[in-house]
Write a protein that binds this ligand. Structure first.
Ligand code: UD1
Ligand code: UDP
Length: 378
């Protein structure tokens, strides 16, 4: 069976890693062998956003890097679609697997379904119900054109059912939990980031900012940076590894801004350093989807710097407070969560029957993809 995984952005490398491992395990089992080809669109291309993840996650090199790079939404997506179409025609697979909600996901799904290739969407069914988010447009479009929808949580599955997509949906659990469980020991053994940055466990807060809504709105970006400054001064020093988009936005839109002494800006860090930084942070503040979940998996509380979250389960567990860009709410939530979850008193690891699954989501993904390959063609 020929499987193509289409990836292109940082979170997709993380999500692909457990699938790569599950395919390898499947192939050792003696059944039908899966030939797994990774196609990289080149959406992320800096070593710190791409190469480092392939190395740390021990991913095989992509069979091809389409080298699309950065551009406007339409240009980036269009160029990806043309290049993916050519690639899929040159090496026709039995199933195409797309991940998450980026422009690489949309381009991969559209190119594949228009070639009538059976196509599966991993991390299907997420909804913020905010169509101003480019990711929301991508999710809705991708879910409504793919043949198999792999939902990470019961909430995601419910969203798919509400949209009439019940027949193509299956609950797998979240592969990002598989990834955290697989990498935690390696992170503990290899990451030297705390020493390099002079940080003690529980002695800092970790922040990330990269959403378009954050970086493209000067006033919102200013409010969020001010909120991080106030957390840094009043709760704990803040470490902020900067996505290149955010570094660029600060340089262009806020040329006179510079961080105060307790707000530490760093380049983006690798996955193992990131898990270490999250797992030892007093509190995490983020507008990232993946980082909210990783904080939850690692037993650390989170303040979400967005108006809403797709990961309602983390809020229901009282480990995540959605504070948007309101400075007072962010400061209050960070202080309260830091007091409630001291570093030595971690929340227990997610239970095996928790909303994100049991850490074996990728095995279910592979089983579902094999069933899709066996279905009669449209
Ligand atoms: C993309 C996804 C977003 C995801 C994020 C993960 C879309 C629409 N957005 O956002 O959902 O959460 O990836 O990180 O697909 N840049 C570099 N080097 C790189 C990559 C990007 O400098 O290796 C800079 C460029 O200036 C580029 C900007 O970052 O214009 C934005 O990159 P892009 O891939 O368009 O979107 P992200 O903001 O990374
Ligand atoms: N990540 C990382 N280094 C960083 C920032 C993020 O390794 O400096 C990881 C993070 O741990 C998670 C993934 O990248 O596994 C999430 O990517 P991002 O926040 O860019 O995208 P999102 O999840 O919001 O789509």
């Amino acid at each position: 069976m020929k499987l193509v995984s289409i990836v292109g952005a940082r979170p997709q490398f993380v999500k692909a890693a457990p699938v790569v491992r599950a395919v390898e395990r499947h192939n050792l089992g003696g059944g039908e062998t899966i030939d797994h080809r990774i196609v990289h669109t080149g959406q992320h291309y800096d070593d710190a956003m791409s190469g480092l993840f392939f190395a740390e996650l021990e991913l095989p090199a992509a069979a091809v890097d389409l080298g699309i790079g950065s551009a406007s939404h339409a240009e980036q997506t269009g160029r990806m679609m043309a290049a993916i179409e050519e690639e899929l025609e040159r090496h026709p697979p039995d199933v195409v697997l797309v991940y998450g909600d980026t422009n690489s996901t949309l381009a991969g799904a559209l190119a594949a379904v228009k070639l009538n290739l059976p196509t599966a969407h991993l991390e299907a069914g997420l909804r913020s119900f905010d169509r101003r988010m480019p990711e929301e447009i991508n999710r809705v479009a991708v879910d409504h054109c793919c043949d198999l929808l792999l939902a990470p949580t019961p909430t995601a599955l419910h969203n798919l059912h509400r949209e009439g997509l019940e027949e193509s949906s299956v609950l797998t659990g979240d592969v990002m939990l598989d990834a955290v469980l697989a990498a935690s020991e390696r992170a503990a053994a290899r990451s030297k980031v705390l020493g390099h940055l002079g940080l003690a466990p529980g002695g800092y807060a970790l922040a990330t900012l990269h959403r378009a809504q954050t970086t493209d709105d000067c006033q919102r970006l200013t409010r969020l940076l001010a909120a991080l400054e106030s957390v840094a001064t009043n709760v704990a020093p803040v470490v902020l590894p900067l996505h290149p988009r955010t570094a660029k936005a600060i340089g262009q839109r806020l040329p006179d801004w510079s961080p105060g002494p307790a707000l530490r800006l760093t380049p983006p860090v690798g996955y193992l350093d990131m898990l270490t930084l999250i797992g030892n942070a007093l509190v995490v503040l983020t507008d990232s989807g993946g980082v909210q979940k990783e904080a939850f998996f690692l037993g650390r509380p989170c303040v979400t710097l967005r108006p809403e979250t797709e990961w309602l389960e983390t809020v229901a567990a009282e480990m995540n407070v959605v504070a948007d860009d309101r400075q007072a709410a962010i400061l209050e939530a960070a202080g309260a969560l830091a007091a409630r979850f001291p570093i030595g008193d971690r929340a227990p690891a997610p239970p095996p029957d928790g909303p994100f699954g049991d850490g074996a989501a990728a095995r279910r993904v592979v089983a579902s993809v094999l069933r899709l390959a066996d279905r009669p063609r449209r």
